[in-house]
Design a protein around this ligand. Structure first.
Ligand code: ATP
Ligand code: MG
Length: 360
C-alpha cells in the first residue's frame, strides 16, 4: 500500500519544514490551534514557578506604585511559553499589547514609527529580539532607557534628528538565544526570566487544561502518557494531544484513554522517550553503521538523508539532553543509552580496559 509521502502543505517553499511531530517550533497552520490553548492569566500558567513568582512581584509592585514595570526579557528554548507570558503580562497589567519581532523590523525607521505611536503604559512585545538589525537595536535601547527616540526628518545633508519624548511603556523581549543579545541591550532589561523544560507532572497539567478547553475527556493515564513523550515542551504536549484526539475520534471509541494515547503515538511514531522516526534513524545510523562513532555531523546527516542543519537543530539537542548522544571534538558518539533504547547490545567497553576506539 503506498501512501502520499508529503501530504502536508508547506507555508512557503523556503520554509524547510518536515512533518515533524516533535519539532519544538510551531508551523504556520498550528498558530491558531495554539492561540486557542494559551493560558490568559498568570495563575493559569503551569509550572515555571520561579519565573512566575518573580514576574508577579515585578508586576504587582509596579501596579502598586502606579508605574509601568521594568522591561522584561524572556529567554528559553522554543515552545516553552515566552509568547504566552508576554501576552499574560499585558493582560495582568490591563495594558494594550503591541506585537512585533526582530526580523519584522527591517529598518530603524520602522521601529521609530512603532515607538512614537505607543500609548502610555503600553506593552511592546518584540519576539526574536536577538534578530534586530544593529541600528534598530541602538534605537531600542535608548528608547528603553530614556524614553526618547530620535526621529530623522529630511534626507542627506539636510537631515536632522528631532528628539521625541515617549510616554512610559514596557518592552517585553523574547529570545531563544539570549547569548546572542548584545550586552547594552540585555542590560536595559530590568528583569530577565529564563524558561526551562517542564517536568512530566507539569506537562500533564498542561494537557489536562488543554483538554478542558478542547472539550474532550482526557483520562489521567492518557495525560501521563502524552506528557512523558513531549520532550519537556508544552507546545509538543498540546500537539500530541490533538493527534490523540484525532485518533480517538476516527479509530477509537471517542474516549481519550491510555489505549488511544498509545495507539495514536504509535501511528505517529513517537516512542516512549519522545523520539520520532528521524531521531531513531540518527541513533541507529550512529550505533550500527558507524559502530557508535565518533562520526562527523555531516556524515551522519547524509546517512539518514537529511540536511546537516536539520540534524543539528532539530534532532541533536534532545538526543544530547537525554544522554543518547555525546558531542566530542572528533565527532558524535553514541552513549550506552542509545543502544539500550534501540534494543541493541551496547559494545563491551564497560569493562574499562578496551576503549571504544578502533572497533571498526
Ligand atoms: N506554562 C504553560 N502552561 C500552559 N500552556 C503553555 C505553557 N507554556 C506554553 N504553553 C502552550 O504551549 C504553546 C507554545 O507556547 P508559546 O507560543 O508561548 O512558546 P514560545 O516560547 O513563545 O515559543 P517560540 O520560541 O517558538 O516562540 C502555546 O499553545 C501555549 O499555550
Ligand atoms: Mg513565541
Amino acid at each position: 500500500m503506498s501512501e502520499p509521502d508529503d501530504e502536508q502543505m508547506h507555508d512557503s517553499p523556503g520554509a524547510e519544514h518536515h512533518d515533524h511531530l516533535t519539532d519544538p517550533d510551531a508551523i504556520a497552520p498550528e498558530r491558531a490551534a495554539e492561540a486557542a490553548l494559551r493560558p490568559r492569566r498568570l495563575d493559569e500558567f503551569v509550572g515555571q514557578q520561579v519565573v512566575r513568582d518573580q514576574l508577579s512581584l515585578v508586576l504587582d509592585a509596579a501596579t502598586a506604585r502606579g508605574r509601568t514595570p521594568e522591561h522584561v526579557l524572556l529567554s528559553g528554548p522554543p515552545g516553552l511559553g515566552k509568547t504566552t507570558l508576554a501576552m499574560i503580562i499585558a493582560a495582568e497589567l490591563a495594558a494594550p499589547l503591541r506585537i512585533t519581532s526582530g526580523p519584522a523590523v527591517q529598518h530603524a525607521g520602522d521601529l521609530a514609527a512603532i515607538l512614537s505611536s505607543l500609548d502610555e503604559g503600553e506593552v511592546l512585545f518584540i519576539d526574536e529580539v536577538h534578530r534586530l538589525a544593529r541600528p534598530a537595536e541602538e534605537m531600542l535601547y535608548i528608547a528603553m532607557e530614556d524614553f526618547r527616540v530620535d526621529v530623522v526628518v529630511g534626507k542627506g545633508v539636510g537631515a536632522t534628528a528631532i528628539p521625541l519624548d515617549l510616554p512610559p511603556f514596557t518592552v517585553v523581549g523574547a529570545t531563544t538565544r539570549a547569548g546572542l543579545l548584545p550586552a547594552p541591550l540585555r542590560d536595559r532589561f530590568g528583569f530577565v526570566g529564563h524558561l526551562d523544560y517542564y517536568g512530566p507532572k507539569e506537562l500533564q497539567e498542561v494537557v489536562r487544561r488543554s483538554a478542558l478547553r478542547l472539550e474532550v475527556d482526557l483520562e489521567a493515564e492518557a495525560a501521563a502518557e502524552i506528557a512523558s513523550r513531549s520532550r519537556g515542551t508544552p507546545r509538543i504536549a498540546n500537539r500530541l494531544l490533538r493527534r490523540v484526539r484525532d485518533w480517538a475520534q476516527v479509530r477509537g471509541t471517542g474516549a481519550l484513554d491510555l489505549e488511544a494515547a498509545r495507539e495514536a503515538l504509535r501511528v505517529y511514531e513517537v516512542d516512549k522517550r519522545g523520539l520520532d522516526r528521524l531521531d531513531r534513524a540518527v541513533l541507529s545510523a550512529l550505533c550500527t553503521r558507524f559502530a557508535g562513532g565518533p562520526v562527523g555531523l555531516s556524515t551522519l546527516a547524509v546517512a539518514v538523508g537529511e540536511e546537516t542543519e536539520t540534524v543539528e537543530t532539530m534532532v541533536e539537542p534532545y538526543l544530547v539532553r537525554e544522554g543518547f548522544l555525546i558531542r566530542t571534538p572528533r565527532g558524535r558518539t553514541a552513549a550506552t543509552a542509545a543502544w539500550t533504547h534501540l534494543g541493541l547490545a551496547p559494545p563491551e567497553a564497560e569493562t574499562g580496559t578496551t576503549p571504544m576506539l578502533g572497533r571498526f
